[in-house]
Write a protein that binds this ligand. Sequence first.
Ligand code: 13P
Ligand code: SF4
Length: 301
Amino acid sequence: MTKEEMTERIAKLKKEKSAVIFAHNYQIGEVQDMADYIGDSLELSQKAAQIKEKLIVFCGVHFMAETASILAPEKTVLIPEIKAGCPMANMINASQLRKWKKKYPEGKAVCYVNTTAEVKAECDICCTSSNAVKVVNSIDGDEILFAPDKNLAAYVARHTEKKIIPWDGYCYVHNNILARDIKEKKSLYPEAEVWVHPECRPEVIDLADKVVSTGKMVKEARKTKKNEIIIGTETGIIYRMKKENSEKDFYPARDMALCSNMKKINLKKVLRSLEKIIYRVEVPSEISRKARGAIEKMVEI
Ligand code: 13P
Ligand code: SF4
């Protein structure tokens, strides 16, 4: 089937089954072009709860589809590729978190949204890359167990008086962006600003003009008067930024900053997902209830 034929078939099935397609900002161009909604992990999960359609094809990684299912339990959430997981989200499991909490009985557990539903169910409150500092500062308690990203934990630690105890997790895509990559790009494009995701290493954060989530990067790209920006995150986001701001130039801080799991989804798999109604992402009701509590606490803040 050609790309055009697949696109047509997807559009027809979407109508017949009253489905919507969600795509995370890191998805490949052909998937973004087909999507009804593009966004960051939390934006999309919240959208899942707002829309009237009951069938969602979530093009992203597993924890994102799971979060959508937690916030919209009455809907069917599909992920087109079952192997599209987030390695960082799998760096801590519920039993490890329980043991860690026992070691620090006074500590409050804050879980990044990049965690499994089981881990969210065990934590005190959830956070995203855009609200982590605000969430931590809102907590009644001085000792914070922050999981799983040590880099985001280090970023938060710079913006709070509280004691941050980090889990030793990281995102390989962001951790592989080095200070020397930023310096090299800066020497090629001296007029460019540097925007990085808070999952980057502290020494990379030190070189940035802005430290922002993917959702915020997209919004800032529309607003900025700057015409050249070096982007320190997964390079898939540049497709959307360029499409929305064709007059501006966006340079990847590291050309190979690619999340291989995000790239596992393509048009063919979206079509298969709609045809066969696979792969359903379901969260057991008790875990879902507890995890939703941690997410709702964050949303209140
Ligand atoms: P956002 O929440 O900023 O979309 O980031 C998700 C992610 O996986 C970053 O690597
Ligand atoms: Fe996970 Fe990193 Fe991929 Fe985001 S970019 S989904 S944090 S591995």
